[in-house]
Design a binder for this molecule. Sequence first.
Ligand SMILES: Nc1ncnc2c1ncn2[C@@H]1O[C@H](COP(=O)(O)OP(=O)(O)O)[C@@H](O)[C@H]1O
Ligand SMILES: [Mg+2]
Length: 279
Amino acid sequence: MSTAFPAIAQEGTGFNVNPEHDELLKVEQLHVAYGEVEAVQEVSLSMRRGQVLTVIGRNGAGKSTLLQALIGLLAYRGSISFEGRSIDSADVESRVRFGMNLVPEKRELFVSMSVEDNLILGAFHRRRLGAADRFSSLQEVYRRFPRLEERKQQLAGTLSGGERQMLAMGRALMGRPKLLLLDEPSLGLAPRVVADVFRVIRDLKQAGVSILLVEQNARAALHVADYAYVMETGRVVLKGEAKQLLKDQRLMQSYLGAAASITSIGLASSNGMGRWVPG
Ligand SMILES: Nc1ncnc2c1ncn2[C@@H]1O[C@H](COP(=O)(O)OP(=O)(O)O)[C@@H](O)[C@H]1O
Ligand SMILES: [Mg+2]
């Protein structure tokens, strides 16, 4: 069933250009352990191209571990395929080249480098496409995040929490990923900034970017997602259409407790960081 990976599949000008494989990601029976600790157990999930899938769950549920296994940072048992092709033997660099990109929980920016240099590093695996490709990616990111353009010469370490998150997302977009893996993008941000982050996610979805969003902020995540998986102590305990889960207060409370009772965030306000201008 697997087909050869066309080497230039992610080198088009749009984000998602290969309609042949409707199933973008398929994870079967994934297990990840830290020594004796089985952090992820028997996790299976799948997502289609263009979808926003969310994995929600309390702190320690195994969400970050799942994402790190997907991008190839952690060893695992089980199988992962991307666009119909097994990637189990592919290292992180190859997975990034295939079109996966992780925005880690800790952002992991180069704090003593400028905003623009951080962005340029995001296009590293596309370097052979040359300066024109890099320039158009930069322009696209600056259109999406005007604040980053205003601060492009500033050191990343001097940015606010919200700006750092935008920079981490912008850096990932520089690589024109087919699948964006977002690890708790709202973590530690003020509510107003959280709203901006979720607006960006919604805009990316409208632009056709496929996103796997890991969040503790269940309500906000379910508002933007198509489909959701709920994790508890390493396992998927519930899955369904995001709209349906959102309605199920009893399930939400029992699996997510306080995280589920975070009130719906307003998506209408803007401080200009996440303004979306169609390109
Ligand atoms: N580097 C590590 N070494 C040992 N245990 C870890 C490590 N990272 C995470 N864990 C454990 O694995 C489980 C899942 O953690 P994690 O994936 O970070 O959860 P989440 O992202 O949902 O908060 C937790 O019990 C956590 O303590
Ligand atoms: Mg985590």
